[in-house]
Write a protein that binds this ligand. Structure first.
Ligand SMILES: *Cc1c(COP(=O)(O)O)cnc(C)c1O
Length: 392
């Protein structure tokens, strides 16, 4: 079913064989999965997709798994795309939609990436996996590892939301709480993985999580009958969702499913951790380590992303923007989304609404534009962040 051909370095373009265990390129660049899209175009039709499974695996020809038995699925993807009319009318955005990733297994879009990565581990015979995480990736990895029957080792900041800690413990992972951030957790995994025999599933240090995440781009096209919106708001931590969607759009164009038009890609970050916004504002192609990173949007607490240059590329090529919002504004916007529409979003989703307000005010977006906000997780995993707003 898959049309995978090889892996390719996103920095130096060196090729690697598919179907082998791979982390970074020898030059240090992240590897991307490449497919025979001509073959996919000839042997597959976008009109058949609705007959496939009601999960992201309906796009199997452009996913890397070659043995169907390896697929480890808990029903990730095919999330609702909701026309948020009441909120839109109040904000002055008349064609506003929310793609609600909070309904995924484990309550965030991280399920997509980890379903794909763990499926590849099963296919490649990997039995022990380790991940540094800001929280939700850990929860997703633990769940998919449990479903696949492989061992999971989790490294995450001591102050992660309680939901992330409990879900990892409950699904049987070995959890280490780290005094520090995801970057410190990453160093621990890197220093111990060889001796322990762990496969490192850090963001972009293996090529497959991005493949799962890119299905957010395929889905939005399918759900809008192959017309992309004018703008996409995405809360950027490691930026993989953004890079993945951008890759999906290019693949779809090569297969003749969409034209050359692209949405303005809006990267949203927290003021307390905004390395990509800073690099965007300064016209740089890479970000710098953001000191003293702090925000209640734990998924955005990534002080330096390995794929920053790919995010900045996508934002600039699309004519988009990078915007930082305060924690207060994202929680406020999250409550507005919940009150107006019944969608209780993660603060990361709230951040996108807060950023939308800014860009409508600045004139970068107009009231009649077709806008999609990605709510990347459920508010139910962030009760600590919302608690101060609702004292008992
Ligand atoms: C991880 C995470 C993000 C950031 O995702 P990237 O694709 O790595 O930028 C945003 N929101 C939530 C809820 C997350 O868990």
């Amino acid at each position: 079913m898959t049309t995978v051909t090889h892996l390719e370095c996103s920095v130096c373009a060196k090729r690697y064989e598919a179907g082998k265990v791979a982390n970074l390129c020898e030059c240090g660049g992240p590897l991307l999965v490449r497919y025979d899209l001509q073959k996919a175009k000839e042997s597959w039709s976008r009109d058949w997709i609705p007959n496939g499974p009601s999960s992201m695996w309906r796009y199997a020809p452009v996913l890397p798994v070659s043995k169907p038995a390896a697929i480890t699925s808990l029903g990730e993807g095919m999330t609702p795309l909701i026309h948020t009319k009441r909120l839109g009318a109040r904000l002055g955005a008349n064609d506003l939609w929310v793609k609600d990733e909070g309904v995924n297994p484990t309550g965030s879009f991280k399920a997509r990436g980890l379903s794909c990565a763990i499926s590849m581990c099963v296919e490649l015979g990997i039995t022990k996996v380790a991940i540094p995480s800001a929280g939700n990736a850990a929860g997703a990895m633990s769940a998919y590892a449990a479903a696949a029957g492989i061992e999971a080792y989790i490294f995450m900041p001591r102050d992660v939301p309680q939901a992330n800690f409990i879900e990892c413990c409950a699904t049987g992972a070995k959890v280490t709480l780290v005094d520090g951030l995801i970057s410190d957790a990453g160093k621990m995994v890197a220093s111990r993985k060889d001796a322990e025999g762990w496969f490192d599933i850090s963001t972009l240090k293996e090529p497959y999580r991005i493949e799962g995440k890119k299905t957010m781009g395929y889905e939005v096209a399918e759900q809008f009958r192959w017309q992309l919106p004018d703008a996409i708001f995405y809360p950027c931590g490691g930026g993989v969702g953004m890079i993945g969607m951008w890759k999906a759009f290019a693949e779809m164009e090569t297969m003749g499913w969409i034209g050359p038009k692209r949405p303005k890609m809006i990267a949203v970050q927290a003021e307390g951790c905004a390395p990509i916004v800073k690099a965007f504002d300064e016209g740089k192609s890479k970000s710098e380590f953001f000191e003293h990173a702090e925000t209640v949007a734990s998924g955005l607490r990534v002080p330096k992303a390995l794929g920053d240059f790919l995010v900045l590329n996508a934002v600039r090529e699309s004519g988009g923007a990078a915007v930082a919002v305060s924690d207060d504004d994202m929680i406020q916007a999250g409550v507005e989304l919940a009150t107006d529409e019944g969608i209780f979003a993660a603060p990361e989703g709230g951040a996108c609404i807060a950023a939308l307000k800014k860009l409508l005010a600045s004139g970068l977006l107009k009231s009649n534009e077709h806008i999609v906000i990605y709510n990347t997780g459920t508010g139910l995993k962030y009760l600590e962040a919302y608690s101060p707003r609702f004292p008992r």
